[in-house]
Design a protein around this ligand. Structure first.
Ligand code: NAD
Ligand code: GLY
Length: 361
């Protein structure tokens, strides 16, 4: 029998993250928190691979269950208010009631949009996250942040809506394009960078296995990442404090994504570049050493990730996006900086001149 790993998220919203191969076919687990109807949201790359299996497994576990489903175009460009409106239309047309559960089957884009639809439909119905990318398994499916992007900035419209359960079927990673696997590794590196220096040693030692899609290495990386995310979210579900550490590299990264109109670097890649820029900023501020930055850069490079911003981005535009990023507050630019591996913190009032110097390379 295959052993599944579990990580429990405590605090005011308790739920379990289950990690292991074959979970998308496990009707009993899929339906464990289900109270009424089911509605599965996916995208047009994931649905042909996994949607029917989830529908079959749910129907087998709950004969007579009313199940609706809806599929959106794949990619960050779909994470819009317009697509959100279409999702709500589909949920309404399917007659989903207050005790319905929305299942988010896909990567972080589906998870964020379907989670937001679940938060908004009838002022909130249950959501179960079924992440199919590494990035979604280690980050976006956990913690209840849901949102869509605006042309002005990423994730600017959304809600906190914790899932009732997260089922990460690691076998789904076998169909994930290599570029997407690498992007997920950026968020895995983030946990080492912010709170777990020994995890960086482990990632360096296991880089080849992770890149080769080794099941055991990936399961370990996912479980360890989820344990960190669960601990942080449990302490600070609404990001009044520590949770902001999870945004290491994101102020720079989001500005790149927005400047590129959500059609250039994918999220994990932008975060990889952003983490190096955050390390360079920390170095400029005298908080960390050039060796710290070099180590981070080296690991991200080993994972095939970009470590420098794409050419041609305008620093003024990037700074304008940073000012509107949710990490910014009225008191000026706020960044997640580090004092070296595993020691990140929030720093407010960072002078724009220092940020400009980093952007200027
Ligand atoms: P994504 O959802 O766009 O998925 C990447 C691509 O892989 C898509 O084309 C998708 O169709 C495809 N895909 C997904 N699973 C597959 C599989 N198993 N086999 C084959 N193809 C598959 O991108 P992502 O990287 O998963 O998520 C990025 C999004 O997550 C961003 O919008 C980001 O803002 C968000 N995010 C949210 C949080 C949060 O806390 N809510 C945290 C981190 C990131
Ligand atoms: N990915 C950032 C957070 O969940 O807070």
């Amino acid at each position: 029998m295959t052993q599944h790993r579990t990580v429990d998220v405590g605090g005011s919203h308790l739920y379990r993250i289950t990690i292991g191969p074959g979970l998308l076919d496990d009707g009993a687990l899929l339906a464990a928190t289900l109270r009424g109807d089911a509605f599965v949201v996916s995208d047009d790359a994931v649905a042909p691979l996994y949607l029917q299996r989830v529908l079959d497994a749910l129907s087998a576990a709950r004969p007579g269950l009313r199940i609706g489903h809806w599929t959106m175009p794949a990619g960050e460009g779909s994470k819009t208010l317009a697509t959100f409106g279409q999702a709500i239309d589909a949920i309404a047309s399917a007659g989903m009631r207050r005790d319905a559960t929305v299942y988010a089957l896909g990567g972080g884009v589906v998870g964020d949009l379907a989670g937001f639809a679940a938060a908004a439909w009838m002022r909130g119905v249950d959501c179960v996250q079924l992440p199919t990318t590494l990035l979604a398994m280690v980050d976006s499916s956990v913690g209840g942040k849901t949102a869509v992007d605006l042309p002005q900035g990423k994730n600017l419209v959304g809600a906190f809506h914790p899932p009732r359960a997260v089922l990460a079927d690691t076998a789904a990673l076998r169909t994930l394009p290599a570029r997407e696997l690498r992007a997920g590794l950026a968020e895995v590196v983030k946990y080492g960078a912010i709170v777990d220096a020994p995890f960086l040693d482990w990632l360096e030692a296991n880089a080849d296995a992770l890149l080769a899609g080794d099941d055991a290495a990936l399961a370990e990386a996912i479980a360890r990442s989820c344990a960190h995310k669960a601990a942080i979210v449990e302490r600070d579900p609404y990001e009044h404090g520590d949770r902001a550490l999870l945004n290491f590299g994101h102020t720079f990264g989001h500005a790149i994504e927005t400047s590129q109109g959500y059609g250039g670097l994918i999220h994990g890649e932008a975060v990889a570049v952003g983490m190096v820029q955050a390390a360079l900023l920390s170095e400029r501020l005298g908080l960390s050493s050039a060796a710290d930055t070099a180590r981070l850069r080296g690991l991200l490079r080993r994972f095939g990730l970009p470590v420098e911003p794409p050419p041609g981005l305008d620093p003024d535009t990037l700074l304008a996006h940073m000012r509107l990023d949710k990490k910014a507050q009225s008191g000026g630019l706020r960044f997640i900086v580090w004092d070296g591996a595993g020691r990140a913190r929030v720093l407010a009032g960072v002078p724009e001149s220092e940020v400009r110097a980093v952007l200027a390379g």
